[in-house]
Write a protein that binds this ligand. Structure first.
Ligand code: ZN
Length: 274
């Protein structure tokens, strides 16, 4: 059994259960966290006894997003903030580890269910959006406040597809949270349940789905995902990802930090954020 520090993985009959477990950092995603999460997905994917995968989180919140703290940066093989690297290193790293992994998880040929509670912020959306179904607890809240850092949104542009164009703009323009009921109304989540029933309800739904033929489930998933791709979802996401990197480069040029950019207050002070 693979030993992991930030992610737990266990089999519950035919359900592969992945648990985010970097509780002290509110499941913020640094490189080892993402590596372990991907390895847990791969383990579930390769196990023919696993028919459905559930993703849930320990701690008070689902995920605080990408870990952009100074402490997390020591895990990067090279300093991605180094101006001498131009845009190349960060672009290559995020292509593989943010957009690439999220896209890979989205197309795992088994149904994936996310159980979301507490706050799910920015990069946190890149953990639940690629799942096929999302069950949210009543206390769940979602936001992408990346515009406050001077960039137009996170690396994986699910917004327009998950919320609809007009709400997606409001979500990005304001950076405000939407709650579970609003997410349900917009079609972003499948079900809203009391916090204490979240895992139980998600596992029951996973078991119900697991009764179906694996191949039928695979084809049903592929049918929807290919339809989205034919509607231009993947092409749009790649284009938005490139624009996201224009934002990183702008932040590096103007504020000297391409990763975390600049807070709205500092932008106002410097007169560059208007
Ligand atoms: Zn980025």
């Amino acid at each position: 059994m693979t030993q992991r520090e930030f992610i737990q993985y266990e089999r519950d009959d035919t359900i592969g259960v992945i648990t985010l477990d970097r509780v002290d950092a509110r499941n913020a995603q640094h490189p080892p966290f993402l590596e372990e999460l991907d390895s847990a997905y791969r383990e579930a994917e390769a196990d023919s006894g696993v028919k459905v995968i559930v993703l849930k989180a320990n701690g008070p919140h689902f995920s605080a997003g990408h870990d952009i703290s100074q402490g997390a940066r020591k895990y990067f093989a090279e300093d991605l903030t180094e101006s001498a690297s131009g845009a190349e290193k960060l672009y290559a790293w995020e292509t593989e580890n943010y957009l690439g992994l999220t896209r890979r998880w989205r197309d795992i040929p088994k149904p994936t269910l996310a159980a979301v509670h507490g706050k799910c912020i920015a990069g946190g959306l890149m953990l639940c959006w690629p799942c096929d179904l999302i069950v949210a607890s009543e206390d769940a809240q979602f936001s992408d406040p990346v515009a406050r850092m001077g960039i137009g949104g996170v690396e994986y542009h699910g917004h327009t597809w998950e919320l609809g164009a007009r709400k997606a703009k409001e979500f990005l323009f304001t950076g405000q949270f939407i709650d579970a009921q609003e997410a349900y109304r917009l079609g972003m989540v499948n079900r809203v349940v009391p916090r204490e029933e979240l895992v139980k309800h998600t596992m029951e739904l996973a078991r119900e789905i697991s009764q179906m033929s694996s191949f039928a489930l695979r084809m049903a998933k592929q049918a929807v995902n290919r339809t989205l791709d034919n509607q231009g979802q993947w092409t749009a996401m790649q284009a938005v990802f490139d624009m996201h990197h224009l934002g990183h480069s702008h932040s590096r040029l103007v504020y000297g930090d391409g990763i975390s950019g600049m807070s709205v207050d500092k932008m106002k002070k410097s007169g560059t954020g208007s």
